[in-house]
Design a protein around this ligand. Structure first.
Ligand code: HEC
Length: 225
């Protein structure tokens, strides 16, 4: 649907008005039946619009459609650039960049993402973090965590890992050992497999165009250690 919310509201009101006027022809506005018919038409029109909007949203939020990238995006490099038209940062999918040295098929990638999501749910990460803005505000939002410059600048040297994904796995398995903040993340006893799946999930999530959310991501000054 190419129309915005104003068009949808105006259209639903117009249809209600036209439909109501037709059904109450010859009736005075002082008669109860006039208002009854308008109420019925109004409710039916609103119901129809909500129905259409629900399916429109489901279509737009389906994996691999619109703003939600295909699972195989984990095989590609994700950049984060300022979009001149909107004045907001948006992810861009660049060249090949295998994750953990592997290129995943669509099925393998999907399985990994599901495991990552289930791991995140099993440990209640949203008790402290937000994902796409949902959750708690104790710890950083994880929507763009994959793109956080801290992995290269602080965590690779700190963990002795060779790659960013390896540094993330080491942090996720031992957050108590590699703390970089006054608030501490507890050790949630993730297995290596679970930590890798979480990293894949975070990489995939970072490629969702969230209209620049979270604001000022990656622009705050890094603390020197
Ligand atoms: C009890 C609260 C708490 C829970 C539960 C928690 N975290 Fe954290 N997390 C933190 C805190 C605090 C930090 C910042 C720690 C630091 O920088 O030393 C953090 C940092 C992170 C980071 C680094 C983010 C960045 O860009 O700097 C990631 C990734 C992360 N957590 C993932 C997870 C995942 C995945 C889970 C669930 C398996 C989880 N966290 C559960 C508190 C929590």
């Amino acid at each position: 649907m190419g129309s915005g919310w104003i068009e949808v509201v105006v259209a639903s009101l117009l249809i209600t008005l036209v439909g109501g006027t037709i059904l109450t022809r010859g009736r005075s506005w002082l008669e109860p039946v006039f208002w009854k018919r308008f109420a019925i038409v109004g409710s039916l029109v609103m119901f129809a619009f909500l129905w259409i909007l629900t399916f429109d949203t489901l279509r737009k939020t389906a994996i691999g459609k619109g703003r939600i990238p295909d699972p195989t995006v984990i095989n590609r490099k994700i950049g984060y650039q300022l979009d001149a038209d909107t004045g907001r940062f948006k992810p861009v999918v660049l060249g090949d960049e295998p994750l953990f040295g592997k290129t995943y098929t669509r099925e393998e990638a999907m399985k990994l993402l599901v495991k990552g999501k289930l791991t995140i749910q099993s440990r209640n990460c949203m008790d402290c973090h937000t994902l796409l803005g949902n959750g708690a505000y104790y710890a950083p939002d994880l929507t763009k965590a994959w793109l956080d410059p801290k992995w290269e600048k602080i965590m690779i040297p700190m963990t002795g890992a060779k790659t960013k994904e390896e540094a993330m796995v080491r942090f996720l398995m031992h957050p108590d050992k590699y703390a970089t903040w006054t608030r501490r993340m507890p050790n949630l006893h993730l297995t290596e497999e679970e930590a890798k799946a979480v990293v894949a999930y975070l990489k995939w999530m970072s490629a969702i165009n969230t209209n620049g959310f979270p604001d000022h991501f990656g622009q705050s000054k890094l603390v020197k250690f």
